[in-house]
Ligand binder design. Structure first.
Ligand SMILES: [Mg+2]
Length: 347
């Protein structure tokens, strides 16, 4: 059986967890556009992607916070550590959602396990996480969507038998508006409309891949395989700061990012993979971003070596003479993949 665990309003929930003044209030995490509204803000009609100015004009009482990527990454790490305590078979969907294969691990009480996962996320990470359970990834994900916010929905075999034929085709992920229009035009609206159709029949309406996927959903043989992520390809650290052109302030933030990134790389593998190149970026107060990348000389995880290379790349962005204020600084350490030669970094 598969669980789908998905943090609710992730960025906003992290902010509300860390600042009691934000709790229970409509608030948004935003940088010019809304990245994540709290559930209280969603109730007003605010959604991700809205321009911040529009939100502030219409709802002047809505609280606004900036984006704290390090806090979200830390919360993500804690969530995934928690998921892996329930099963080693964890497939990340994003930084705050995952599929867990708990077959044979739930002691016959799938519902109890789903509630235990949600309770542990609340008590140990301090975040609301909705959990859906079902026989396949699709069913588990639809279940977690129904469970939101902060709930649990378990679809057992009996419920699935009633639910599956009635699933709307536009609810299935991967079925975009264009595909749905074609299905709609062919008189196909729900999964039971697919019963009795062959792959050849469906191939006249949609692509071969989509025809196979739809039929597997109709037959209940859709994907229940957990794909474990490969080793991480890179580690990044960044921090926003009040708009500034002062060298000491920008350099201080970059130095902090360097040490955070090094700590994170050291924690990934033993012995750690040593980066051979790095990237430094600067974001300006008009939202544009400038990126400089370069080689590290010898592979190294030494803070002085990486710090010096990062400082040189920061200078190369020319932020001191740009005229715009710097609002975020960060760096990325691409990591060599096991068994793969490091790419040519001479450019
Ligand atoms: Mg989520």
């Amino acid at each position: 059986m598969i669980l789908h665990a998905d943090a609710d309003a992730f960025f906003a929930s992290v902010e509300q967890r860390d600042d009691p003044r934000l709790r229970g209030r409509p608030m948004v995490v935003a940088h010019e556009v809304v990245a994540c509204p709290s559930y209280e803000a969603r109730a007003l009609g605010i959604h991700a992607g809205m321009p911040l100015r529009q939100v502030q004009r219409r709802w002047p009482d809505v609280l606004v916070t900036g984006y704290r990527s390090e806090a979200y990454e830390e919360a993500s790490t804690l969530l995934f550590d928690l998921f892996r305590r329930f099963t080693p078979l964890v497939e990340p969907g994003s930084m705050e959602e995952a599929f867990l294969d708990v077959t044979g691990r739930d002691r016959g009480d799938l519902t109890g396990m789903a509630y235990a996962l949600r309770a542990a996320a609340r008590s140990e990470v301090g975040l609301p996480v909705s959990v859906g359970a079902g026989s396949t990834k699709l069913i588990a994900k639809l279940a977690s969507r129904r469970a939101k916010p902060d709930g649990v929905v378990v679809v057992d075999a009996e419920l699935e038998g009633r639910l599956r034929p009635r699933l709307r085709l536009d609810e299935l992920w991967g079925v975009g508006p264009t595909t749905y229009e074609k299905l709609h035009a062919a008189g196909l609206f729900v999964v039971s409309d697919l019963h009795g159709l062959t792959e050849d029949d469906l191939k006249r309406v949609v692509t071969t891949a989509m025809a196979r996927r739809l039929l597997s959903i109709a037959h209940g043989t859709d994907d229940a395989t957990i794909r474990l992520p490969g080793p991480r390809r890179s580690v990044s650290a960044s921090r926003s700061l009040p708009s500034t052109r002062t060298r000491s302030k920008v350099v201080a933030v970059l130095e902090e990012c360097v040490s955070r990134a090094i700590t994170r790389v050291s924690g990934l593998d033993a012995p750690p993979r040593l980066p051979t190149r790095l990237e430094v970026f600067v974001r300006y107060d008009d939202g544009t971003q400038v990126l400089e990348r370069g080689p590290l000389g010898d592979p190294s995880l030494d803070s002085e070596v990486i710090g010096a290379a990062a400082a040189a790349l920061l200078d190369r962005t020319g932020y001191e003479w740009d005229g715009r204020g710097v609002t975020m600084v960060g760096l990325t350490l691409p990591l060599p993949m096991p068994g793969v030669n490091p790419p040519d970094t001479t450019t």
